[in-house]
Design a protein around this ligand. Structure first.
Ligand SMILES: O=C(O)c1cccc(C(=O)CC[C@H]2O[C@@H](n3cnc4c(=O)[nH]cnc43)[C@H](O)[C@@H]2O)c1
Length: 237
């Protein structure tokens, strides 16, 4: 069976290391223009930066280098910690996105927010392959739903309620998934987003974020995925 080359893009190095702990073997660092790939156990990982723009730029750099080198990636995974919408996605739980949706790309109008698609531009949602989402959820016990990408982390109950109203299927919000997905789409490579919940979406209380628990959940989740990702058949829907 042929094996898929997987690129995992986190925001920060602590998240990249949490994913890398799920794999075995030495880590090789491959510096590229725009990012550095950490290769371990047949998986390539990058700390792509915080926010959708930086994450897209770093992911595109890694995708382009691999394609030009004749060893293109077959799957890109956006991974890291996230805010979870209570009660569906409690702190410590794992979420896999069946929709990766940018929540704040558009325009404010007198009648409220208009997504960029209603202005006649672009896209606001990327959909990971259904069969892959299913097997990842089965293997890890992750909840499945929409993961929102925001450029400003939610810090109030009012904003959390507004997002819930506009995106009733949302389980989590983070800041990179849509950027990673845009880069993957430009290269015609499928994308997945896997998030471990470190804090509830709502009033900001940074001191209460359970980052260590979320990073441990990320390691445990990827530990159950080593074969699932590389053996995935991209010809399944
Ligand atoms: O301080 C640390 O040790 C540390 C370790 C790992 C990660 C961090 C981060 O601050 C990661 C920022 C990253 O996390 C996502 N995130 C987490 N919670 C939320 C949220 O409520 N709303 C939006 N994004 C969230 C996001 O993707 C950030 O880029 C620190």
């Amino acid at each position: 069976m042929s094996s898929v080359r997987v690129l995992v893009a986190t925001a920060v190095p602590a998240e990249r290391e949490a994913v890398a702990r799920a794999f075995t073997g030495p880590v090789r660092e491959l510096p590229l223009p725009g990012t550095t790939v950490h290769r371990r156990g047949g998986h390539d990982l990058i700390a792509a930066g915080v926010g959708p723009a930086r994450a897209a730029a770093s992911t595109a750099a890694a995708l382009t280098a691999a394609a030009l080198g004749g060893t293109p990636y077959g799957l890109v995974v956006s991974a890291g910690i996230a805010g979870g919408f209570a009660p569906a996605a409690p702190v410590g739980s794992l979420v896999v996105a069946d929709e990766i949706t940018v929540a704040d790309l558009g325009a404010e109008t007198g009648d409220g927010f208009l997504p960029v698609t209603e202005l006649g531009f672009g896209t606001i949602t990327h959909r990971p392959p259904e069969a892959l989402v299913r097997v990842v959820a089965e293997a890890t016990g992750a909840r499945t739903g929409t993961v929102l990408t925001v450029s400003t982390a939610t810090g109030s109950a009012a904003r959390a309620d507004a997002l819930r109203t506009r995106h009733p299927r949302a389980l989590a919000e983070a800041m990179e998934g849509f950027g990673v997905a845009e880069a993957a789409a430009a290269h015609h490579v499928p994308v997945l987003e896997i998030r471990a919940v470190s804090n509830p979406v709502g009033p900001r209380d940074r001191a209460a974020w359970r980052i260590d628990d979320a990073l441990a959940a990320l390691t445990e989740g990827f530990g159950k995925l080593t074969d699932v990702l590389t053996r995935w058949n991209p010809h399944e829907p």
